[in-house]
Design a protein around this ligand. Structure first.
Ligand code: BMA
Length: 409
């Protein structure tokens, strides 16, 4: 006898029977075909998370899950509201400081006409933070852009370059400008960068409102780079670290100090430190972030460069300078503090670069955040504390006679 598919009278149909019904299956299939693309469309249109998945799927090549998956995954995506925290344990390299690394960079093509934002400097301002950022324009010429942030991690950038003016308020734009630092001394903020002055040299501008940036006299003749101002006058003098260089990719160089009573006339030049005897800083060094005043003196994060068969490698080093005579080095860490080992430090427009340009400090906790350029493509943020880093530098200090002397010859 033929079995009827109809449910017994008075009984409701069971789920199993309903699912096996051809019409129901047909309806479910149609719904699924309509609903799934709609859900995906909504996700990829509105949710940053979906942007991340999309970008990761497109470009996720070889990132292990212990490694930060790389800001370049997020190029042209809006996914940066997600903060990824990585603790890098460098103990295997003889370094015991743990750095947490946060991605802060907007990735590739962050602004119309700008391909990459990296080596950049930040200060606290009003209720949040403000910074001067190195942006590489589409023609490859670097310039400085202003950015604002509530948390120091997510940034809104001005679309136009900083409009520098001269003392009369007339436009006075350098031909190019890169590797800016930003320091507050008394009530004024000073931006300081590398620019063309008939060769690579130092440019400075001051501002009190981040609307008008008035350029000051260039402190030195070419060639010079990596200028870093101390955050207060020392013996009544503005004090500046810099790295005399050449017109190219300078295969030599140490850190020098100069002073000025007025930010116009610079003198009292002193040698601070030369390239190191350790391999990671054996080609050249240069000032990084503005020195931080600590109990022992001035804590300086700088970059140390070594050469390999594939070019330079830039690492972050640490030293403590004498408070009253900062050309004297009290401690100088024999090992680097941070070297390129993350995907976004090793891979980029210029591979293997960690280039510190600024720090933020929390006086109460001693916490320090170091902003550093990664592979000339991104901005990284590394964290440590004064206690941790100072003990590490002291424990691993290796100074030479040239470091500890006054730097006059
Ligand atoms: C230096 C400067 C930096 C850059 C570094 C690595 O000479 O140009 O801006 O990060 O080289 O390319």
């Amino acid at each position: 006898m033929k079995q009827s598919n109809a449910p017994a009278k008075g009984n409701t149909r069971s789920w199993k029977e309903t699912f096996h019904n051809a019409k129901v299956q047909q309806t479910l299939t149609i719904c699924a075909f309509l609903a799934i693309p709609m859900i995906l469309l909504v996700m990829f249109t509105y949710l940053p998370l979906a942007d991340m998945i999309r970008c990761s799927l497109y470009r996720c090549d070889g990132y292990s899950d212990m490694k930060f998956i790389g800001l370049d995954n997020y190029s042209s995506c809006k996914a940066l509201s997600m903060r990824i925290v990585m603790v890098t344990d460098l103990s295997s390299l003889g370094v015991t400081i743990n750095f947490s690394i946060y991605p802060t960079s907007p990735g590739r093509k962050p602004l119309p006409g700008v391909t990459r934002i990296f080596n950049s400097a930040v200060v606290p301002y009003e209720d949040g933070f403000i910074g001067v950022f190195r942006g590489e324009q589409l023609d490859g010429i670097p310039y400085i852009y202003l950015g604002r942030s509530a948390d120091g991690i997510h940034w809104d950038f001005d679309r136009d370059k900083i409009p520098f003016v001269n003392g009369k308020g007339e436009p006075f734009m350098p031909q190019y400008a890169y590797d800016p630092r930003l320091v507050k001394i008394e009530d004024t903020y000073y931006a300081i960068w590398c620019q063309d002055f008939y060769g690579a040299s130092i440019g400075i501008a001051k501002t009190t409102d981040f609307k008008t940036f008035t350029r000051l006299e260039n402190p030195f003749i070419p060639f010079n780079r990596n200028a870093v101002l101390f955050p207060r006058k020392i013996h009544g003098m503005y004090t500046l670290l810099s790295r005399p260089s050449d017109s190219g990719h300078t295969p030599f160089g140490g850190i020098f100090l100069g002073q000025s009573p007025d930010m116009e006339f610079w003198g009292r030049h002193r040698h601070v430190m030369g390239k190191g005897s350790n391999w990671w800083e054996s080609v050249k060094i240069g000032g990084g972030a503005a020195p931080i005043e600590i109990d022992e003196g001035w804590l300086l994060f700088y970059h140390g460069v070594t050469g390999t068969c594939n070019g330079f490698v830039y690492s972050i080093g640490g030293a403590i300078l004498d408070r009253d005579e900062p050309s004297k080095v009290l401690y100088r860490c024999g090992s680097f503090l941070l070297t390129p080992e993350m995907r976004y430090e090793e891979r980029g427009f210029v591979p293997n670069v960690c280039f510190p340009c600024a720090t933020l400090q929390d006086k109460d906790t001693g916490r320090i955040a170091i902003y550093y350029g990664c592979a000339d493509s991104y901005v990284g943020l590394a964290f440590t504390t004064v206690d941790e880093v100072v003990s590490y530098i002291k424990e691993h200090s290796q100074t030479t006679q040239a470091d500890v002397e006054l730097g006059i010859r």
